[in-house]
Design a protein around this ligand. Structure first.
Ligand code: PLP
Length: 375
């Protein structure tokens, strides 16, 4: 039976050649080697940003960004409730309190209209998440941020190359945070990057990610740092991956176009959107079941698995997590829209190498399964 994975990295001779050159040079750590600086410069340039700081993961990128903004105990940070919980964890690492914000029902991104009502005198920052590759509507976010003097951090883990009003994500707020985990648009296995136009923030992040070593005397540390260094081996793979990012993004859009064509007529599915301000990169083709199919996710996913089709559930929103600390008085009722998709959404195979035949097979099996589970 053929097996269709949700995603697989596109690795080839170029990645092999570059990583071997790092290995041959003996530059395997995150402290030395030509590839780290090169990957930082090239990726930052790709995002139209002045600076890139490579780190060990997307989670580390978020933590180091918030630490560089000096966010800490007593501060509040507004965060989209529907995200990988890493976004919330990073706020917790700083000792600040994350406040979940509900989503728009179509983009599934944070609803900017809800921000103003959540700002208090303790609010320090907004973390937006460009979920599944669709950029957040940034203008209203930035206007609330300007009005109240808040920092804006973009979680771009799922949105490399996505555009908001013609500008790539990563440079729309104060700091952009990317992940290069294996299922991301481009990958270094594990890895991340912070992007910014602010040289002071860039320098702070560069210091913090590498134990805040001292200048004149390396071991007279400038503060409490972290070891979040990306290795030169990973950066070499990143440089190779960056050479194919445009091709990968084109494939992602083609995959989404094909799914849209095949699934567009089904009234039981809410398909990904692309707002007029957005260029969606469709990191993963995420769908929400509705109407007669809305309670059938478990059955549907099991049926697709029987056909060799791998799928993955939507994130569980922060407001529905059972083991994470919610701020006092905050609960599921604060984020009803996220509650509606939490247990009825999932994503379909969206890796760059999936072919038209596989897409047609997935769509056919899905429509067939919807018909049988919703009877
Ligand atoms: C939206 C979002 N934020 C943060 C992360 C964390 O990135 P990493 O796994 O590289 O730590 C991920 C994914 O893994 C993500 O999807």
């Amino acid at each position: 039976m053929r097996r269709i994975p949700v995603a697989q990295p596109l690795l080839g001779a170029n990645e092999r050649e570059k990583v071997l050159s790092a290995l041959d040079a003996g530059a395997i750590s995150g402290a030395f080697g030509e590839w780290i600086g090169r990957f930082e410069r090239e990726f930052a340039a790709y995002c139209d940003c002045a600076h890139g700081v490579a780190v060990s993961s997307g989670t580390a990128a978020l933590h180091v960004a918030l630490a560089a903004l000096e966010i800490g105990p007593g501060d509040e940070v507004l965060v989209s409730t529907l995200t990988n919980m890493a976004t919330f964890f990073a706020v917790h690492y700083t000792g600040a309190t994350p406040l979940p914000i509900d989503i728009e029902p179509d983009t599934l991104n944070l609803d900017p209209r809800l921000l103003e009502g959540k700002v208090t005198e303790r609010t320090k920052a907004i973390v937006v998440v460009h979920l599944f590759g669709h950029p957040v509507d940034m203008d209203p976010v930035l206007s609330v941020a300007r009005k109240h003097g808040l920092f804006v951090v973009e979680d771009c883990a799922e949105a490399h190359g996505a555009q908001y009003r013609g500008k790539r994500v990563g440079g729309l707020g104060h700091i952009g945070c990317f992940s290069f985990y294996a299922n991301k648009v481009i990958t270094t296995g594990e890895g991340g990057m912070c992007t910014t136009d602010d040289p002071v923030l860039a320098e702070r992040m560069r210091s913090l990610k590498s134990l805040a070593f001292g200048g004149e005397n390396k071991f007279m540390h400038a503060g409490i740092g972290f070891n979040y260094r990306m290795t030169n081996l990973q950066a070499a793979i990143g440089c190779a991956q960056l050479e194919k990012i445009s091709a990968i993004l084109e494939m992602k859009r083609e995959i989404a176009g094909e799914y849209n064509r095949l699934l567009g007529g089904c009234p039981d599915l809410l398909l990904p959107v692309e707002k007029d301000y957005a260029r969606n990169i469709y990191w993963m083709y995420h769908i929400v079941l509705r109407g007669r199919a809305s309670g059938g996710r478990t059955d549907l996913m099991a049926r697709l698995a029987e056909d060799g089709i791998e799928t993955r559930e939507t994130f569980i929103p922060y407001t529905l997590q059972q083991h994470l600390p919610l701020p006092e008085g905050v609960g599921p009722a604060d984020c009803p829209e996220a509650g509606k998709v939490a247990f009825s959404g999932f994503y379909l195979p969206s890796g760059p190498e999936i072919d038209r035949g596989d897409i047609a097979f997935v769509a056919d099996r899905l429509l067939h399964a919807i018909d049988s589970v919703s009877l």
